[in-house]
Design a protein around this ligand. Sequence first.
Ligand code: ATP
Length: 366
Amino acid sequence: MAEVSLRQVVKRYGGFQAVHDFDLDIAHEEFVVFVGPSGCGKSTTLRMIAGLEDISGGEIQIGDRVVNDLPPRERNISMVFQNYALYPHMTVRQNQGFGLRMAGRPKDEIEKKVNRASGLLGLKDFLSRRPAALSGGQRQRVAMGRAIVRDPDVFLFDEPLSNLDAKLRGQMRTEIKKLHEKVRTTVIYVTHDQVEAMTLADRIVVMRDGRIEQVGTPDEVFHAPASRFVAGFIGSPPMNLIDARTVASDDGVAVSVPGGPTLPLDQSVFDHVGPDRPVTLGLRPESIAPERMAGPMKTPFSFSADITLVEPLGGEALLFLQMGQAEVTARVFRPSTRLVPEKSVPFLTDLAEMHLFDADTGVRLN
Ligand code: ATP
């Protein structure tokens, strides 16, 4: 049975619809991440699950209860916010135990739970400090500790790391992942950072304009994005999205890049795509490499391109290419020779990793 179910959930603010017919089942102990650009409705959806926003239509179920009309405190959820929301006059110990004290739990139970959470989060040495005497990362840990001690059915995280600098964000991301492995509670996590989504999630929900664009494992949304939007949003640097056209070829249908190569299309794609159709060709930077340093590829395809710029990044390098009229990025790992701008360089790309989208609707075609 699903731990959390959303059925046709809608949110309207006056005449504006922020969330459209949201349908999702989240399993017990699953880590689900809502990701999407600013304003796509991630926080609104999370806040409706928490009970901090009314829903305008549909049904939300947590465990075996429909919670539409239950106040937040009766939903058995804990929420961790971006701004931590700690009480400044209380110590770390008091902050973590606050919810349990308000619920009238016995002192020894509170102490045991606070000690356990502090142990899990490495907060034992800070228990008598106040928030002002803690770093951003430590404050975020206290906020998580406060959520853990309540033994919720579901943890809700709303952009918990966005106030931290890049390095600390990376560290805290790892800690959240480890914590989930220890605590095994259902988690719903909101972020606009696709790296956080890819590294933390069992399943990612990509949202756009208040609708679900795709639900899938990190592998699925990366390797088989359902639309051009998802393809461009997940992955860094983003997928190359090239305006192209299908053309009839000797073997069936191929994709032609204006002024550049013509890539054969897989047999299974022939029938429904057809010739003379505007399409968006998607190639991940990781699946393009100069022939002399390309790794193994399932279905290698060679073409020639000019390297216009090289960005060395230590263990890898980004190459900017001119592929016909299209500007394309390639990501090369551990380049064996020095790379410099150069004309007519032989390149390989993997046709097995090629993506094709309808030019108008952006829907995946292959
Ligand atoms: P961000 O990453 O910027 O937090 P988000 O995806 O979480 O974005 P939401 O905060 O859920 O987006 O907002 C979704 C849409 O609903 C936005 O267009 C926002 O302007 C609108 N919205 C949110 N709260 C209200 C409100 N109280 N009244 C009117 N519109 C609102």
